[in-house]
Design a binder for this molecule. Sequence first.
Ligand code: ADP
Ligand code: MG
Length: 452
Amino acid sequence: MPSFVEKTLNEIWSNTLKKISANELFETPVFDAYIKMTRLHDIDDEFATIVVPFNISKVLLNDKIELIQEYLSEQIGHSVSCHICSTKEIEMIQPTHIAKRRTDLVFEDKINKDYNFENFIVGKNNREAHVAALSCCRYPGEFNNPLFIFGNSGLGKTHLLHAIGNYIKENNPEKKVLYIYSEDFVTLLIEAMKNKTVEDVKERIASVDFLLIDDIQRLKQSTSQEIFFGLYNSLIAKRKQIVITSDMHPTELKGIENRLISRFSSGLSVSVGSPEFETAKAILLKKLEGRKEEMQIDDDVLDYLATRFNSDVRKLEGTLNELFFKAILYNPERIDLAFAKEIFKENPIVAAASSESLNVHRIKQCVCEYYGLKISNIESKTRTKNIANARHIAIYLCRKHLEIPFAKIGLEFGNRDHSTIMSSYEKMTKLLKEKEDFRQAVQQIEQTLGIS
Ligand code: ADP
Ligand code: MG
C-alpha cells in the first residue's frame, strides 16, 4: 500500500500529466514512450523532484520546464521549481542528503562532462567567444575578467561555460570551479536568508577560483544582486576568473542594477550568433557521432536540417533527435530526405521557417530590392551613401519589427558591433522624424513586407 504522502504525490503528478497531455506539450507517441512513466519523487517547499527513467525524458521535460512547473504549481497550490533526476541519480542521493539538498545542489559539481571544447564546433558565429573562453582557461583572471558571453537562446553559451569547467577540472584539478545557474543562485540565497546561513554561502562562493554564472538576466531579485555585487568585487580583486552568460549585451540587460552592468562591461563582452550552413552541418555531424549504428541517415537530410534550422542549435539538435525517435517508431530502412520531409511536414518549427514569416533575410531582401542593391552590399563595409542608407533602414526595420538585440543584428550585418548597430538605429529614428523621403521609403518597404 502506498503511504498517504506517496498517494498524494502520485495524484498530483497524475493530474499534472493529464494537463501536459491535454495541452499537447508532446506528441502522443512521445508522451506515451517517454513522459507517461515519469514520477514525482518529492516536494519540499518550493522544490519538486521528478524522476525519469531515460535521459531523453529528462531532455524532453527540461525543454518544456516552464509550463510543467506552472501546471505542477497549480496542483500543489504554490509555486515550485522542478529538479529532474534519473532513477540512477535518485538512488545515489541518501535520505540525509535529500534534506539539505537545495544548498548542496548548488555547490555540487554541476559541470556537465558532455559539453567540452572538443565537441564544440567553431564557426564564424562563435569564433570570438570560443577564443575568449579558451584564453580564460589558459590565463585565468588576467585579461578578460569578467568574460561576458551573450547571444540568443540555443547558441552554445552554456556549452562554453561547461567546456571551461571541464578544461579546468582536467588541466588544473587543484582549482575550484563553480557553475551556477542564476535562478539557482537566487533560490539558494532566499533559502540561506531563511536559515541565516548567508555568510556561510558567501564564504563558499568567495573561495572559488572560477565562477561560471549562467543566464545572468535571470538574476532579477534585488537582494541577490546586492550579494552578487559583493562577491563579484571580491573575486575580481583576488584575480579569480568570472565568466557570465546572458541573452543580451550587458548594456541591454533589464532589471539588473546599473553598478553591476557597468562592472560587466569592464571586462570583455563577446557574442555568439546563429551558425552558417557549414557550421550547422558540422554540428549535426558531431552530434551524430556514436549514433550512426542506430540508423543510417543520408547526407542530404543533414543539408536539409542545416539549412532550415540553423537559427537555434538546440532546435537543430532537437530535429535530429526527433528524426531518430520517429525512425524507431516507423522503422524505415534509412533516414532519407523523403522520410525527413514527411516527418517535418506538420512540424510548426518548419512551418514557421518555411512560411513567409518576417525575418532578417526577408527584410534585407526587400530593402535591397527597393534600392536596387545586392544583399552583400548592405552586409559589406561600404559606406557609399545609397548603400549606407539602405543598411540603416534594414537595421532599423529589424530592430523595430523583430525586436532582436542589437548585437544579434550586428552579426547579421557583416559582424558589426553592438554600438554601431545601436547608433545606426538611432540615426534612422531621427532621420524618419526629419526627412519625408526616408519616411516614404520605410513605408513602402513595410507595405511590401505586409507589416505596415
Ligand atoms: P545556450 O546556453 O546559448 O542557450 P546551449 O549551450 O545550451 O545554448 O546549446 C544548446 C545545444 O546546442 C547544446 O546541446 C549544445 O551542445 C549545442 N551547441 C550549440 N552550439 C554548439 C557548437 N558550436 N558546437 C556543438 N554543439 C553546440
Ligand atoms: Mg544556456
